[in-house]
Ligand binder design. Structure first.
Ligand code: AMP
Ligand code: GLY
Length: 432
């Protein structure tokens, strides 16, 4: 198959890499790609958010499938554009991507579909939002409605924090239009996990569970990031929970979107909060609640989940894109996987770029797979070009083996100012 992967991060490298593992040989392109994707795909000089540019390339080159990595082009209507010229696309149309692009819309769909989630109200003026706080107790969660690069959520421990988050968004315009509406949301108690559900708009197949590490420092301290590591499977998700997640959470959303006229094709990523025995049960009455939906593969979850998939990945994606997804399209290998993000000093704040990365081949020789998140080629050298630079994945018969293999890889790579978390998968190990 001739396949275009849209995006330039670790997720897109993992997608292109996994396509290259298929038994059939594909012709893989990446727009725009990075220094890592270049090993498995041909980079094309079109930005991921350049909807017209991607469509033009697709018209001229006739790919069998386009796989869209990030949310921004989906929200901007890249899938709609490609479908209008007859190109199969893995990734939802804009009306479906609103599940990620608008938290208010996602809540409306969940309410209509009876899907358990934190109770929430939406406001455009600060005084009403603050008045609502009394109905929620503490902690309480304040969220910008729109896309805010993962930074638009404040879990407020005190009323003052909640009020200043409301003021930042509604008065100070901290997130611009994305924060022109805010949600005041019930705090959900428990442990988070990520379920990437593949769907063709009717059938749903869950990919293996995973867990992200959003905070920048060990012990889940410091500011939120795009994700500092992930592992799969996540033992917080028991096998007994999977039918409930599929039938009570993912399927009702897919059906509700269909009822509204939107056939959702791609990944519907459910960020879930699992409340343990003895934890505070949410107002929904369920122990499994949706924290958020995303309209795409998670990053870095993808770098831990895709290496666990067997079978033909291209066939699964094409079947989802063309409305004939079947359970057999997803084959899960028994090995565990863990991925560790190697980041630039200063991330998630400001950081320098252009540092030379060494030891990439040694990391692979140590048994790890290195996915590039923010890198670029410069002659024979590989330079940093982002906050998250590498996603180093290890596989193993046990999670411990997988984590050890990932860190053995991390130990081989080096660049000025690099840092990483040393406790990836700690929650799984704490369970014993
Ligand atoms: P989101 O961008 O919606 O994923 O939120 C970012 C992070 O904020 C989540 O990964 C959670 O850790 C936290 N969070 C969001 N909503 C809630 C909630 N209702 N209760 C507890 N934590 C939350
Ligand atoms: N890892 C979180 C996300 O992809 O949104």
């Amino acid at each position: 198959m001739k396949i275009l992967v849209v995006g330039s991060g670790g997720r897109e490298h993992a997608i292109a890499w996994r396509l290259a593992q298929d038994e059939e040989r594909h012709e893989i392109f990446c727009a725009p790609g990075n220094a890592g994707t270049a090993a498995v795909a041909t980079s094309i000089a079109v930005g991921a958010e350049d909807v017209a540019g991607v469509a033009k390339w697709a018209r001229e080159n006739g790919p069998d499938l386009v796989v869209v990595g990030p949310e921004a082009p989906l929200v901007k209507g890249l899938a709609d554009e490609l479908l209008s010229i007859g190109v199969p696309v893995f990734g939802p149309v804009a009306a479906g991507a609103r599940m990620e692009g608008s938290k208010r819309f996602a809540k409306e769909v969940m309410d209509a579909a009876g899907v358990p989630t934190g109770r929430a109200e939406t406001f455009t003026d600060a005084a009403s939002a603050k008045a609502a706080l009394a109905r929620y107790g503490l902690p309480v969660v304040i969220k910008a409605d729109g896309l805010a690069a993962g930074k638009g959520v404040v879990v407020a421990e005190t009323r003052e924090q909640a009020e200043s988050a409301i003021d930042d968004m509604l008065v100070g315009n901290k997130f611009g239009a994305a924060g022109a509406e805010v949600l005041v949301e019930e705090f959900l108690d428990g442990e988070e996990c990520s379920i990437l559900a593949m769907t063709d708009g009717e059938s749903v197949v869950l990919l293996p569970s995973s867990q992200d590490h959003k905070r920048v420092f060990d012990g889940d301290k410091g500011p939120n990031t795009g994700g500092m590591g992930a592992y799969s499977p996540a033992p917080v998700v028991t096998d007994a929970m999977l039918p409930e997640i599929k039938e009570k959470i993912v399927m009702p959303v897919v059906r509700e979107l269909k009822r509204r006229g939107t056939t959702y094709r791609g990944i519907l990523y459910a960020g879930l909060m699992i409340t343990p025995e003895g934890g505070r049960v949410a107002l929904s009455g369920s122990r499994i609640n949706v924290v958020e939906f995303n309209a795409r593969f998670g990053d870095p979850e993808t770098e831990a989940v895709l290496p666990r998939l067997g079978g033909s990945f291209a066939t699964a994606l094409l079947h989802a894109a063309t409305g004939c997804l079947r359970d057999e399209d997803i084959v899960v290998r028994p090995e565990c996987a863990a991925t560790v993000i190697v980041a630039s000093a200063g991330y998630p704040g400001s950081y320098e770029k252009g540092k030379e990365i060494t030891g990439l081949a040694d990391a692979e020789a140590a048994g790890a797979t290195v996915f590039h998140c923010g890198t670029k080629s410069d002659g024979g050298r590989t330079l940093t070009s982002g906050g998250r630079v590498l996603s180093v994945t290890g596989m193993g018969a046990t999670l411990r083996e997988a984590v050890d293999r990932a860190y053995a890889g991390v130990a081989k790579v080096s660049f000025d100012g690099m840092f990483y978390r040393r406790d990836i998968a700690h929650r799984a190990f704490e369970r014993g």
